[in-house]
Design a protein around this ligand. Structure first.
Ligand SMILES: [Zn+2]
Length: 183
């Protein structure tokens, strides 16, 4: 069985506010006891992640799904740098223009992602339909992928409930996306 991840990605966070927004979310998760401040070797991709807290059930749709607590990989990895949060194992069905909604699936997204990681101001894509240029990070991907500099990757947690995402959206005042994938 592979490891599954749900990434809560906070969009449109400037470098100046990055630490502040990251702490805001972490403090909230700790205060609600969804995660604990305790860290261990419980994530993939980073050395250490935060452990599930006493009230992790508050965040998930089916609180009886507690078996993830027995897994080695069940932590939260906080990503505070430009990153592509991706839905592993699933092909793009659509890359929709943020202006008109047209599907730009045939764009060279791999190259644009690379450009965006190097310099986010250089990765503009002109829509095939309305011809407006926007950063590739503003396009809407199906399945959901997200390009951002702040994300919270939860490993092997049960499916989050929608209201959890809404709470984080209200807390930060930012657009919040959920990306999910399986390794
Ligand atoms: Zn367009």
């Amino acid at each position: 069985m592979g490891d599954w991840h749900q990434d809560i990605v906070i969009k449109n966070v400037s470098n100046e506010e990055l630490e502040e927004v990251a702490s805001q979310v972490l403090d909230y998760l700790v205060a609600e006891e969804i995660i604990s401040r305790e860290m261990s070797d419980n994530v993939l991709g980073s050395e250490r992640g935060y452990c599930p807290g006493k009230s992790w059930q508050k965040a998930v749709r089916y609180p009886e799904e507690s078996h993830f607590l027995e897994l080695l990989t069940n932590g939260l990895d906080v990503i505070k740098r430009r990153n592509i949060f991706y839905a592993d194992g699933r092909e793009f069905e659509a890359i929709n223009c943020p202006n008109c909604g047209a599907n730009n699936l045939n764009c060279d997204w791999g190259e644009l992602f690379g450009q965006w990681l190097e310099d986010p101001t250089s990765a503009e894509l002109e829509c095939v339909s309305c011809e407006q240029s926007n950063s590739i990070s503003k396009y809407v991907f199906e399945p959901t992928w997200a390009l951002s500099n702040l994300g919270f990757i939860f490993w092997n947690w049960p499916t989050f409930k929608d209201s959890f995402l809404t709470e984080l959206q209200e807390l930060t005042g930012k657009n919040v996306l959920k990306v999910e994938g399986k390794l």
